[in-house]
Ligand binder design. Structure first.
Ligand code: HEC
Ligand code: HEC
Ligand code: HEC
Ligand code: HEC
Ligand code: HEC
Ligand code: HEC
Ligand code: HEC
Length: 237
């Protein structure tokens, strides 16, 4: 079913979309190639307003200025990766990952036409990645708050493709949200300072005990203190 939907979507795209997304031949002397050419004969025309001039560039040219995840993986925003994934993996357009990604199960995961690979996801890993990407693109979970702030998978997980059962260490979260003392200062309740999710008698706990990235978050304190009033961002309330 997925393949069928993807294939028919492709035809719908090719027949409806004109101009920037037309399937007509590119104007330059070299035929467009790479993972984008089948839909965007001119990549320049889908770039954001005020984007630097790139001429008749194919996808390979993007890497000259936008560091691909192989070298990146640092805890920072990546508007390039975020915009590309949101544009093609949202409610309106949903492409199969392998339209753009080269993938050999258990061996490699990269970008078509580029000799790079970010880890070796197996098929069930890729299924989990798809599920997480879907959530990141359009859920009301913590991941989506990050997509809106241009934080992609690599911003939290690093450059390797995130596999099943992977998680994220506190130090990674704190490289953007820390230091912990500052975070704790922000969330100290005036009425009862001890009721602080980030500084309590629990001591040093994983952020992910409460903040789930790809599902509803929940306040662990309430397991015992059912009389506390506490809410958490993306808690599904
Ligand atoms: C199967 C067809 C298809 C392929 C392949 C494809 N795209 Fe797209 N792309 C689309 C459609 C459809 C849109 C949405 C157009 C719109 O929003 O009007 C889009 C939108 C975009 C946008 C606009 C994003 C924004 O935020 O406004 C960019 C940039 C883009 N594509 C780049 C790429 C790049 C780079 C590749 C290759 C890595 C690629 N596309 C491959 C169909 C495709
Ligand atoms: C000459 C250098 C250069 C090239 C080549 C280039 N870009 Fe960019 N791009 C930039 C700069 C500079 C910005 C603005 C700063 C930023 O967001 O990185 C930008 C921003 C973007 C953004 C918006 C990011 C955001 O934060 O919203 C997208 C999407 C994008 N570029 C896509 C592409 C694609 C697709 C290609 C290849 C077809 C490409 N760029 C090639 C320099 C370049
Ligand atoms: C339209 C093309 C396109 C599609 C479709 C696409 N990707 Fe990507 N993906 C890219 C590009 C381009 C990069 C490199 C971005 C960078 O390094 O900044 C990338 C990078 C990644 C990364 C590396 C880490 C990161 O966040 O930068 C992961 C993981 C990933 N994609 C997962 C997926 C999954 C899972 C799917 C399918 C649900 C998917 N992608 C569909 C174009 C695409
Ligand atoms: C805000 C940081 C953050 C971002 C952004 C993020 N993740 Fe995650 N991811 C996590 C955390 C934390 C976990 C551990 C499980 C949980 O808390 O939901 C996780 C778990 C996973 C898992 C394992 C799921 C399982 O069922 O075992 C996969 C696969 C994954 N992420 C893929 C992705 C992909 C693909 C993206 C980009 C679309 C992404 N993540 C973006 C933080 C993040
Ligand atoms: C690369 C930087 C970065 C990383 C890594 C990161 N975040 Fe975020 N996070 C942001 C940004 C930016 C926002 C949106 C702006 C804001 O609200 O602070 C955000 C939003 C949030 C929010 C919502 C805040 C609110 O006021 O609604 C929570 C909760 C959160 N992040 C928790 C986490 C957790 C837990 C991790 C680790 C699993 C993590 N973040 C990893 C940058 C990051
Ligand atoms: C025991 C549960 C719990 C743990 C563990 C936890 N948090 Fe929180 N977090 C919460 C709750 C509850 C809130 C909402 C607090 C509020 O609204 O005052 C919150 C709020 C936040 C916010 C938004 C703060 C703001 O500006 O309002 C960020 C960012 C955040 N947490 C990051 C983290 C990080 C990073 C870690 C790990 C070092 C972590 N949290 C560990 C429960 C937790
Ligand atoms: C495993 C159960 C458990 C969890 C989880 C737990 N507590 Fe407690 N907490 C207790 C017990 C037992 C006491 C001591 C008995 C009492 O005074 O209620 C206590 C006492 C307290 C007190 C002082 C007494 C009061 O009720 O004012 C505060 C404040 C408090 N906890 C905050 C927290 C916060 C904040 C969290 C989450 C970050 C948390 N606790 C998580 C069991 C727990």
């Amino acid at each position: 079913m997925v393949t069928l939907r993807t294939v028919s979507l492709f035809f719908v795209l090719c027949s409806f979309v004109s101009g920037s997304l037309a399937s007509s031949k590119p104007l330059g002397s070299h035929p467009a190639s790479g993972p984008c050419a089948s839909c965007h004969s001119e990549l320049a025309s889908v770039l954001p307003k005020n984007h630097p001039e790139i001429g008749q560039a194919s996808f390979a040219a993007c890497a000259k200025c936008h560091i691909l995840a192989t070298e990146g993986g640092t805890a920072q925003e990546n508007g390039f990766s975020t915009r590309i994934h949101l544009a093609h993996e949202g409610a309106k357009v949903s492409l199969d990952c392998t339209v753009c990604h080269s993938y050999v199960p258990g061996k490699s995961f990269g970008i078509i036409g580029q000799s790079i690979s970010w880890g070796a996801p197996k098929e069930d890993d890729l299924a989990a990645m798809k599920e997480s990407l879907n959530s990141w693109a359009q859920s009301n979970h913590t991941d989506h708050l990050h997509a809106m702030a241009k934080i992609d998978c690599g911003g939290c997980h690093g450059k390797e493709a995130p596999l099943l059962d992977t998680t994220v260490e506190n130090s990674r979260c704190l490289s953007c949200h820390g230091p912990l003392e500052k975070l704790a200062a922000k969330t100290t309740p005036k009425d009862l300072p001890g009721r602080n999710p980030h500084k309590s008698h629990l001591g040093d706990v994983a952020c992910t005990v409460c903040h789930h990235a790809h599902s509803d978050s929940s306040v662990y304190c309430l397991n015992c203190h059912n009389n506390f009033r506490m809410t958490i961002p993306a808690g599904g309330q």
